[in-house]
Write a protein that binds this ligand. Structure first.
Ligand code: SF4
Length: 362
């Protein structure tokens, strides 16, 4: 059964996005730098907007910003007024920061009711969101469940996954009592198993949209492995409406990883599919640096094609024959092929220029 549909955005120039229901699974990332001084720094604002734009080209639908103080709240409102990408304010401890963010085009508020101070503070945020037509994400992680549940876990009466789910149920009930249904729930743990089980438990009984994430998942490789395992298990059970791959790496890598997970799970189609060989002793072309250089540009292209980057001519065009376009090395030269047929041979130093011309003609 499809989850309830929750809408975010739609104010000012911000795009309106549906989460849950029959909407595609959306991709989120989180901004990694403080934004304290953006409100009075136009140069910084321009750089942020450029980066947001690039993240959008890579496939990012929603970006979350930490709002630890009033200056950051003002900055977020300024950024949100200049981009169509829905921006989410991440609030901890002080509910007044949420109220400040609601003065601008912020698309959603993320709060953890467990650390917002009191039920009354949660109610104030809910009422302000209702007035402004803004959705809320209830973010729960394995470090934030109530003391009674912590005791039960310590006594072995409840697993950590059950406690995560139970916390989400308790918090959801607060929102239901306030007759506010525009909320998304997340239950995050740094353990794949706890993430899978808590989300599975919740989805068996409730139909609120779920934001999936493995928290503190680790550096690039570790984080991608954990997130892929958790998300693919859940998405294949039709659980999960929006995802964030949390990495000790760039937001761009988080978006690329999320996009590829959705593609491999059959939840997102189109765009450039990049295949590249691992390189070996037969290598005639620096595949690694070519891929590193080209990946951001390729993934941001509005083309539904497969691109192959292969180290050598022995296997290159053959292995990449299903690719719409490919490049391979051949003893100081680079060959460019389309559907397995060589269309151009150039000195290796001209590889980028020739490749750009050929891909643009597709
Ligand atoms: S394409 Fe060539 S260089 Fe790349 S892995 Fe295969 S044989 Fe090795």
């Amino acid at each position: 059964m499809a989850t309830k549909e929750v809408f975010i955005g739609g104010k000012g120039i911000t795009k309106r996005i549906g989460i849950g229901g029959n909407n595609p699974v959306s991709i989120q990332t989180m901004w990694k730098e403080p934004i304290t001084d953006v409100n009075d720094n136009s140069e910084k604002l321009d750089l942020i907007l450029k980066k947001i734009n690039n993240l959008q080209f890579l496939g990012c639908d929603i970006i979350r910003f930490a709002v630890p103080d009033m200056k950051s709240a003002a900055s977020l409102c300024r950024i949100a007024a200049h981009t169509e990408v829905p921006l989410v304010a991440d609030i901890h401890f002080d509910y007044r920061l949420a109220l400040d963010c609601l003065k601008g085009n912020v698309a959603a508020i993320r709060i953890n009711p467990g650390n917002i101070g009191s039920a009354e503070n949660t109610r104030k945020v809910v009422e302000a969101c209702r007035e402004n037509g803004v959705a809320i994400r209830i973010g729960i992680n394995s470090g934030s469940y109530p003391k009674e549940l912590q005791k039960k876990v310590a006594a072995g009466e409840m697993t950590r996954a059950e406690a995560l789910c139970e916390t989400a149920v308790i918090e959801s009930a607060v929102f239901e009592e306030l007759h506010f249904d525009q909320y998304v729930v997340s239950m995050k743990s740094s353990s794949v198993e706890e993430t899978v089980l808590s989300n599975r438990f919740y989805a068996q009984k409730y139909h609120n949209p779920l934001h999936l994430g493995v928290t503190e998942a680790g550096p690039l490789i570790d984080g991608i492995v954990k997130s892929t395992m958790a998300f693919s298990t859940l998405l294949n059970e039709n659980i999960g409406d929006t995802i964030r791959v949390s990495l000790s790496s760039t937001p761009e890598n988080e978006v690329i990883a999320a996009r590829n997970i959705l593609k491999e799970c059959g939840r997102r189609t189109g765009g450039v599919t990049l295949v590249s060989c691992p390189r070996c002793g037969r290598e005639g072309f620096d595949v690694h640096s070519f891929v590193e250089r080209w990946q951001p540009e390729l993934l941001a292209m509005d083309k539904n094609i497969t691109v192959a980057v292969m180290g050598c001519i022995v296997n290159g065009p053959g292995e990449g024959k299903h690719a719409d376009i490919g490049i391979a090395g051949a003893g100081g030269k680079a060959i460019i092929f389309k559907k397995g047929q060589i269309v151009r041979t150039v000195p290796e130093k001209d590889a980028d220029t020739a490749f750009r011309e050929e891909i643009q003609s597709l």
